[in-house]
Each structure stands twice: as structure tokens, then as C-alpha cells.
Design a protein around this ligand. Structure first.
Ligand code: UFG
Length: 356
């Protein structure tokens, strides 16, 4: 790797992280990725210590990136990366636990990984005088919406699940930090519901165990790994009574990160910048099932089950701010997400690990 500025990507092996690495490499950035393999599959040949997702990212782009196995809970491991790459100019911070349901069972694991992990990262960044950060946050910080579409001025907090509280807490920590030291430039990206996969079908979402999220669960029903999908509630205040969410193609989301990075790398960006990344429109659970069934040509059996704890009726974004300030908006549709997810699922029926 040359001595030019590099971008450090935490959680680079994961779903959004790996797709973002593709766009970063294609946009000419030098990338160093770190991950603790908590939710990623290692190179099955054993030839490298790289995650399989990032091996494929390099094949797809024809460009190389550097990878190190690092757990954010270990400050010394983290310091060793900043020592090795003194030209890190910005960090994109994805690494976190992210399953809403699981966060009710593993409260301390969520608080310690997500909050303590971010705190360690910021401390080491300060130590090495790296003051630019893009943070992977979530629309879940808005809690129960007081109005729709959700814009960035909507109040945050009062989250409906521990995972959301950890994201909100980390946001607040970052805002306090930037207020206390004017060297910091921090961008908070609040994602809505990422779905889809790279159009090659070579990388995609590979949840360990039973998927928590709607789209990967539906994909596994379509491929025959699971019998049917439970629809969590049909008595919400939505067009057909099922939950209404703003789905965003992961390639649009990746492009949003590159735009946010270019924005924060420009001069005079000190302070905190907050952007929603969503499509601005949504779909109900039954609409998503129908779209996936059409894209895959498969029937998707489902049953109506009770409401899931912590769910809200509707969530969708206003993305005007990102469009105006980052010159970014979604170009891909729910149909594109279903097609690309199905392509990934059929090419990799068991995800990255053929023996899973
Ligand atoms: N759903 C089902 N059955 C399932 C899974 C989900 O009916 O098996 C429904 C949910 O009730 C909800 C919709 O599908 O109405 C979407 O649920 P997801 O679990 O896919 O996504 P969430 O909206 O709950 O949460 C997601 C991410 C969070 C993020 C949030 C932001 O998982 O990390 O979007 O909007 F914070």
C-alpha cells in the first residue's frame, strides 16, 4: 500500500461494510478494513486471514485492500493498526451488533460492543490525531415517529429496543465529543432498511443462524431453507395492516457512504453532520413478500403471527438533506433489491460458508 491517505473501515467484512468497500475501491480510495469475525466467514482455503466477503470484493473490483483481524474491545490491537497506517485520514465505523430482537436478550453484549467499542475507537483516533469519522447509525434512533416522513430534525431517543439505544447513545457521545473539540468532523448516517446485494451475486447478506430481518428470511424461504415466513402483525395502521418500512438497496447505501466521505474530507467540515439514507418511500411486509415472489418465481408461504416486541407501524425517510448536501439519492427500487438478493441467494444458497 502506498503512503497516500487511507480510509479505515471497521466491520468491513459485514454486509454493508463489504458493499461499501467495493464503492470505495472503485472510487479510488485506499482501504484498510478491520473486523473481529463475529459475523463473518474466514477464507475457507486458509491461504489468507481475510474474510471471504473481502476476498470476493477484491476479485470484483480487481483492486486490493488490506485487512486485519481486530476487535474494537482491544485497544492495543486497534492502536497497532493506526501505528501501521499513519496516513489514515478518515474512519468509517460499521462494526457493531445489529439484531434488534437479539438485543433484548443480550443487553450487556450490545452495550459493551456498540458503546464501549465506539468509545475505544474514538479514544484511539484522538491519540493518533485522526479526527474525521463517518458513523453507521440507524433510523431506529428516532424511536416511535411523531411525524412522517422522518427528517433529521425529528427528536431521537426513547428507542424501542436496546440496539437502538446503543446507536442513539453513540450518536450523543459523538456529538458531545465534537462540541468539546473543534478538530472533529463527524457524519452520522441514519440508515433505513438495507436490502439487496451486489448485482454480481457474489457478495450479499449472510446472517448467521436464523435471520432476524424480513428480506433475508424471505430469501431463505424462497430457496427452501425455511418453510414459511411469519408476518409479525396485521393490525398496524398501514394500508394492509402489516409493518411499513423504507427499504434501501445496499448499493445505494454504499454510494451514500462514498458521498458522505467525500463531503467530510472537504475543507471546513468540522462539527457534526447528520443525514438520513433511505429511499423516501416504503412497502408493507405483504408487498415485500409479493415483490420477492415475483422476482424469484417462487411461492413464499407465510402466516400471520402476533406483533414483534419493539416494532412500530411505519418508518420512512425524508432524504431531502442528503440529496441537497451530498448530491445523493436512491436510484434502485424494491424490484431491484429482490432481484439482486435472489441472485445472491441462488448463487450462494448457504451464504459464504457452503457447509453452513
Ligand atoms: N417482519 C416480519 N417477519 C419477520 C421479520 C420481520 O413480519 O420474520 C416485519 C417486521 O415486523 C417489520 C418489517 O418486517 O414490520 C421489517 O422488519 P426488519 O426486522 O427487517 O427490520 P426493522 O424495521 O425491524 O429494523 C431494521 C434494522 C434495524 C434498523 C431499522 C431502521 O434491522 O437495524 O431497520 O428502520 F434500525
Amino acid at each position: 500500500m502506498t503512503d497516500e491517505g487511507v480510509i479505515l473501515v471497521t466491520g468491513g467484512a459485514g454486509y454493508v461494510g463489504s458493499h461499501c468497500c467495493i464503492d470505495l475501491l472503485n472510487s479510488g480510495f485506499k482501504v484498510v478494513a478491520i473486523d473481529n469475525f463475529f459475523n463473518a466467514y474466514k477464507d475457507p482455503t486458509g491461504a489468507t486471514n481475510y474474510p471471504e466477503s473481502l476476498i470476493r470484493v477484491q476479485k470484483l473490483t480487481g483492486k486490493s485492500l488490506e485487512f486485519h483481524e481486530v476487535d474494537l474491545m482491544n485497544m492495543d490491537e486497534l492502536r497497532s493498526v493506526f501505528k501501521k497506517y499513519p496516513k489514515i485520514t478518515c474512519v468509517i465505523h460499521f462494526a457493531a451488533l445489529k439484531a434488534v430482537g437479539e438485543s433484548f436478550q443480550k443487553v450487556l453484549a450490545y452495550y459493551s460492543n456498540n458503546i464501549h467499542g465506539a468509545c475505544n475507537l474514538l479514544s484511539v483516533m484522538e491519540e493518533f490525531k485522526v479526527f474525521k469519522l463517518v458513523f453507521s447509525s440507524s433510523a431506529t434512533v428516532y424511536g416511535v415517529p411523531e411525524y412522517l416522513p422522518l427528517d433529521e430534525k425529528h427528536k431521537t431517543g426513547n428507542c424501542t429496543n436496546p440496539y437502538g439505544t446503543t446507536k442513539d447513545t453513540v450518536e450523543r457521545m459523538m456529538i458531545d465529543l465534537a462540541n468539546s473539540n473543534s478538530n472533529w468532523s463527524i457524519t452520522l448516517l441514519r440508515y433505513f432498511n438495507p436490502a439487496g446485494a451486489h448485482p454480481s451475486g457474489d457478495i450479499g447478506e449472510d446472517p448467521l443462524g436464523i435471520p432476524n430481518n424480513l428480506m433475508p428470511y424471505i430469501a431463505q424461504v424462497a430457496i427452501g431453507r425455511r418453510e414459511k415466513i411469519s408476518v409479525y402483525g396485521d393490525d398496524y395502521k398501514t394500508p394492509d395492516g402489516t409493518g411499513y418500512r423504507d427499504y434501501i438497496h445496499v448499493m445505494d447505501l454504499a454510494a451514500g457512504h462514498v458521498k458522505a466521505l467525500q463531503h467530510i474530507l472537504a475543507p471546513n467540515r468540522e462539527g457534526v453532520h447528520i443525514f438520513n439514507l433511505g429511499s423516501g418511500k416504503g412497502a408493507t411486509v405483504l408487498e415485500v413478500i409479493a415483490a420477492f415472489s415475483k422476482a424469484s418465481g417462487k411461492e413464499i408461504p407465510y402466516e400471520i403471527a402476533g406483533r414483534r416486541k419493539g416494532d412500530v407501524d411505519s418508518l420512512y425517510a425524508s432524504c431531502d438533506k442528503a440529496e441537497k448536501e451530498l448530491d445523493w439519492k436512491c436510484g434502485l427500487t424494491l424490484e431491484d433489491m429482490c432481484r439482486d438478493m435472489w441472485n445472491w441467494q441462488t448463487k450462494n444458497p448457504r451464504g459464504f460458508n457452503p457447509n453452513a
